[in-house]
Write a new protein. Structure first.
Length: 220
């Protein structure tokens, strides 16, 4: 968590920043296993689902903005995106809010379940480190969000407005829907994760009868 966030803070390239932040998110996910048992597996499974939804969404937005040749890879290149493309700018801020862990997003409940499970496993120190790291991560996530919402310095900029195709638009819609569902009604997904965790348990051991035991005689 700490290594990923400290490395991400130093980045000016957006994709590189998110790549380092994924290391921190791996730490948040692993914190759930401190609870052990079904609760740890369920918390980690929920976090994977939430992170997959918001990560697919934010990388889709960034790829559209930077282009596949990545002509605009830096944070400063995103200045005023919400004015150039209100849809993409709003989606970027939305997914950043989920990565921070703002309530009513999947990222919030992902961290909540993971840290709660760690506390339940008596790893309170790990939950505290996770909360502190979440505050550290908010610094670089909010930096990108603020740049996106700022009015561009050059109103006559020649940067073209990205066009959203049908396939990418459908992917973004699904990512937004999943992030909202996991943030507003997370219980169904968590219960499904708990049921799935049961399948990973070893079957109960069967006690074998002693070798010298005799089977009961049956009447003819």
């Amino acid at each position: 968590m700490t290594v990923g966030n400290l490395a991400a803070l130093r980045q000016t390239n957006v994709k590189r920043m998110l790549a380092y932040s994924s290391i921190a998110h791996a730490g948040y996910l692993l914190a759930g296993f401190a609870g052990l048992g079904n609760s740890g597996i369920a918390a980690a499974s929920f976090y994977i689902a939430a992170y997959a939804a918001m990560n697919v969404g934010i990388f889709a937005v960034i790829t559209l903005v930077t282009g596949y040749d990545e002509k605009l890879p830096l944070i400063e290149d995103f200045r005023g995106l919400i004015y150039r493309s209100p849809l993409l700018g709003s989606l970027l801020i939305f997914f950043l809010a989920s990565l921070v862990g703002i309530p009513f997003t999947g990222g919030f409940f992902g961290k909540f379940y993971s840290f709660s499970t760690a506390v339940g496993g008596n790893a309170i120190w790990l939950a505290i480190i996770g909360l502190l790291n979440s505050g550290l991560a908010a610094a670089y996530y909010l930096r990108l969000a603020l740049v996106t919402a700022q009015r561009p310095e050059n109103e006559n900029s020649t940067v073209t407005t990205p066009q959203v195709g049908v396939a990418v638009g459908a992917a973004l819609l699904l990512a937004v829907a999943a992030t909202l569902v996991l943030g507003i009604v997370p219980n169904d997904v968590l219960r499904a994760a708990e049921k799935g965790a049961l399948t990973l348990q070893a079957p109960p051991a069967v006690m074998n009868a002693p070798m010298n035991a005799t089977a009961p005689l049956t009447q003819p």
